[in-house]
Design a protein around this ligand. Sequence first.
Ligand SMILES: [Zn+2]
Length: 253
Amino acid sequence: MIGQTIRSTEFFWAKTYHQPSAPLEGLLGRTFHKLDRRGKYIVAHLDVGYLWIHLRMTGRLYFSQHLQGEDRWTRAALGLDSRYLIFSDARKFGRIGFCLDLDWLEEKLGPEPLTLDAKIFGRILHRPTAIKALLLDQARIAGVGNIYADESLFAAGVHPLEPANKIKPAKALVLLTHLQAILQRAIQHEGATIGWYRKPDGQKGSSQDHFQVYGKTNQPCPHCGAPIQRILVTQRSTHFCAKCQKKSSTAVS
Ligand SMILES: [Zn+2]
């Protein structure tokens, strides 16, 4: 994408273009300078302004020579110099926006987990919220998703309903270390394909082959053999081992 200019924009599902955004016409003639990420947002720096993309549940990005081929889930297409950038999204929750600055994003999102230090992490934990809910709260820490929250809590031996402010500093450091290592490994494995996610070349990511607890309900815990349990925390599927991740008496129920 770098160096390519946007020649046309097509939105086949109007809601995919996030509102309020700068007028779509402003994208025409803009050139991609740099690709970045903030939290779960893909942020493309243009010569003027920013194009951002949030894939949500089922969003996919890939290049195609054709505007609409066999992919009936194409919601948007940007015509570049020599091909189209296709945004495909079966469930239609994904969003694309255009903005002239990123202040709104910075106001919305907490710090990045990969660059968090123990001191700031400790400050974030200073609330009685269940730790799983806190890890998913993008305003507190940006970019941790449901899968990696479960995997990190398991690796650190922390119960998902443990109130964040009851986690001792030494344990918090263990959790942060695992969270960062698990995210780094997931990046090396090029993401998890348990549903729709594909890399731009159409191949699947392989992170799902390394899950310890996520999606393993009733399967034996890899550490102790007890069956992995599944509960809901803030409406999100949560997997854990009740034996390895002991709940303290004060845990939020
Ligand atoms: Zn266990």
